[in-house]
Design a protein around this ligand. Structure first.
Ligand code: V47
Length: 368
């Protein structure tokens, strides 16, 4: 009976998916409240294929770099940030940044650098532009996917200029596209609880809106598994969908599962998310975000074995080789900091999919 009940709840949503109709808030909530994981996954895969998705699963050969972990915001979910006075605080120079990148480039010829930092009140726009320029000069063919909307907003406040002005300076210095962090959960109730010092959602959206209109593509994320409700998750996804309708610049959506270690929440007894919740978020995101081209099952977040299953539930990207990841390691990630290409290829193949190495903008580089 319980199974029948569940099938009946999802039936009207299946009809909408089959008819190519857009799902609404209530549909999203129904999906999130369902624990029929297989049905959710199958529906998400159907929606993905109906919108033109095939068997390809993407990854990028990349490097994670961090210029500074000094941060003025005390986000309760974060284990990476430091104050300037803490012993392990760092603020690297452009020379140090280039040295680290070049050293790694000699080992693995990555095509992208992914860089996210704290909101450091002690450095200015010129510091960031100098870092980008130096990297571009040293590694001209490498795409620089740098700075979350939160960082851009922070720099604009420090400099007293607009988001567009900051982005223009960074673009001129070599910025190629932007990561999707800083989104957390948009609902003010949650932001006040987990990140009271962070910019409001409207500023995050203004940065992405501005970037898209300037031709800069970006990613979008959702940090889930802490104090948010199902309603707040759906609201978050629908706000992203609305933005995408306007500007179309999001390349992918990356759900970020909350890692509690070394955070305020660990002391309050919060636990890691479960595999069932991780898969559900992937499936619901794929169903609701009908206008965002890709959904990532980021292996650092969920481990490669679970990411394999997510590839059957709406995801079509596992992010990348990564190398030197720090934010999730600080908060207890156990899946390592690097995957070699043969390992990514093996996992994608064994999931019955076709591994495609891409560049940051989803141009195909190699079909494995
Ligand atoms: O905004 C921080 C998240 C973000 C924790 O665009 C945490 O491809 C879980 O921007 N547990 C910053 N998540 C990193 C970021 C990012 C990450 C991965 C992919 C992309 C992309 C961008 O990391 C923060 C926050 O949402 N985060 N601490 C934590 N303890």
């Amino acid at each position: 009976m319980a199974v029948l009940d569940r099938l009946e709840t999802l039936a009207p949503i299946r009809e909408k998916v089959e008819a190519g109709e857009r799902l609404d808030f209530d549909d999203g909530l129904t999906l999130m409240e369902s624990d029929d994981l297989l049905a959710l996954g199958e529906l998400a895969d159907l929606a993905r294929r109906q919108r033109g998705g095939g068997d390809e699963v993407y990854f990028v050969q990349n490097l994670n770099l961090y210029q500074t972990n000094v941060c003025r915001v005390k986000c309760k979910f974060c284990a990476f940030a430091r104050t300037n006075k803490q012993e392990d605080a760092f603020t690297g120079t452009a020379e140090e940044l280039v040295a680290e990148a070049v050293e790694q480039y000699e080992i693995s010829k990555f095509t992208e650098i992914h860089c996210v930092n704290g909101e450091n009140p002690h450095v200015d726009l010129a510091y960031y532009a100098e870092g980008l320029r130096a990297l571009k000069q040293a590694l001209p063919d490498v795409h620089l996917k740098f700075y979350t909307a939160s960082e851009i907003h922070h720099i604009s406040k420090l400099e007293g200029c607009s988001h567009a002005e900051v982005l223009q300076v960074l673009m001129d210095a070599g910025l190629g596209s932007m990561p999707g962090g800083g989104a957390e959960i948009f609902a003010p109730r949650v932001r006040a609880l987990i990140a009271p010092g962070k910019e409001p959602a409207e500023e995050w959206f203004d940065v992405h809106d501005t970037a898209h209109r300037m031709g800069i593509t970006t990613q979008c994320t959702m940090l889930y598994g802490h104090v948010e409700t199902y309603e707040e998750r759906i609201d978050h996804m629908l706000r992203l969908r609305e933005q995408q309708d306007k500007t179309g610049g999001f390349l992918s959506f990356i759900p970020l599962a909350f890692h509690p270690e070394n955070t305020v929440f660990e002391r309050r007894g919060f636990r890691f998310t479960t595999g069932a919740d991780d898969l559900k978020v992937i499936a619901v995101a794929r169903l609701l975000l009908d206008n965002v081209p890709h959904v990532k099952a980021y292996w650092i977040m969920m481990g490669l074995p679970l990411a394999q299953i997510a590839l059957h539930m709406g995801a079509d990207d596992v992010q990348g080789t990564v190398v030197r990841e720090k934010i999730f390691q600080a908060a207890g990630a156990t899946s390592g900091t690097e995957q070699k290409i043969p390992e990514l290829v093996r996992f994608i193949r064994e999931a019955g999919r076709v591994p495609v190495q891409r560049d940051t903008l989803y141009n195909e580089l190699r079909r494995w």
